[in-house]
Design a protein around this ligand. Sequence first.
Ligand code: FAD
Length: 391
Amino acid sequence: MKRFGNCEVLVVGGGPVGAVAAKTAAHFGAKVVLIEKRSTISESRRCTGLISPRCLKEAEVDKGVVVREIRGGIIYAPSGRGIKIKARDTKAIVIDRPLFNRRLLEQAQEAGVEVLFSTEAIALDGDSIKLKRNGHIYSANAKVIIGADGPKSKLAKWVNLPPPTKFLLGIQAIVPYEPEEASFLKILFDHQIAPSFFAWVVPAESGVARVGLATDKKRKIFSYLKRLLEKINCKALNFTVGLIPIGARKKTFADRVIVVGDAAGQTKPASGGGLYTGIVCGKIAGEVAAQCALAGETSEKALAIYDEKWRRKIGKELSIGMLVHRFLAGLSNRELNILFNLLDNQMLLDIVGNYGDIDYPSSVVNIFFKQMKNQYIKDKSIKIDYPFLKV
Ligand SMILES: Cc1cc2nc3c(=O)[nH]c(=O)nc-3n(C[C@H](O)[C@H](O)[C@H](O)COP(=O)(O)OP(=O)(O)OC[C@H]3O[C@@H](n4cnc5c(N)ncnc54)[C@H](O)[C@@H]3O)c2cc1C
């Protein structure tokens, strides 16, 4: 077996989160190698690329990746009733996702990270990790390994980390589309189309939209997409599928290993978005990995600080997101229709439009549930577990 050079931090996975973790570790002075099993950056449209302006800033990526600004949305009930939410300013942006990934990897390289494509981590073997590259097997040593290897993380499996709470399956198509309002997206709640989650129509590059849905009923995903496309009267130019882990792993570190991004299940459970949270956690992972590697303290106990730090930063937000997901997933179409009737209230919609934040929805969720609670007391026809409304 051939030997690979040693490094202080090895990052497995060249997605956006791995790139940010690698760049940060290099900034903190570590010698960093990032490996990516694909031969090039994925051009896949697996991700809608809907993020907040804050996320772009956090990623330190220029506005050249932005293909559209979003200033509001129409949210549809199963009945077809639409609630329009208008924001005063840009609440979200749609990005060219492969270009975004490319920019992040370039930044990592500029920071001194060695990026190796066509290189796959295939096993952990005591103190070393086995890599496959161009048909050869190599053995490499790293003081700390960051697993940023996506939702089906092998790193997490090799060190026996508990799984995320659940996996949704997402499917997305690119369709020809001329929106009535160029800066408005559409969200559809309907168990006939996206059981337990929702579907979306996001205007993207000129003349096209990214249309998709996520669900936990994975086996029927193609028929759901067909139904969605029929409903919005569009034909798919192409489509992709991908897993969305929700409910972060209860433990995200082990001896010499930490996991981050989708590998850790750090996506927002209410929306499935994982770029902002992954990038925030990627920075923490890179910093902790570099500091521990340089100090020679790479035990499970030393790396536990990573878990503490990221949970302090976004743990509460993810927990509230999980409650919101469970709540919405548990409602029938009839109950969703009632909920929409309750919410179609101008004052509430103004609050959401003005203060809504796709990265930190909890601020609005609190107002939302207070309103729900008041309405619930008046309207007993909606069967919602009362203690839940105390969130
Ligand atoms: C349909 C869909 C729509 C989405 N839309 C949005 C959205 O609008 N906004 C948002 O914020 N999030 C969205 N997400 C989620 C978002 O795409 C992910 O959270 C994000 O890509 C996570 O980044 P990551 O770097 O952790 O993982 P990934 O992007 O999955 O990257 C992991 C990388 O690791 C590589 N890899 C895996 N195993 C190995 C190995 N053994 N050795 C070497 N390399 C390996 C893979 O090839 C891959 O490049 C969406 C997801 C889906 C499925």
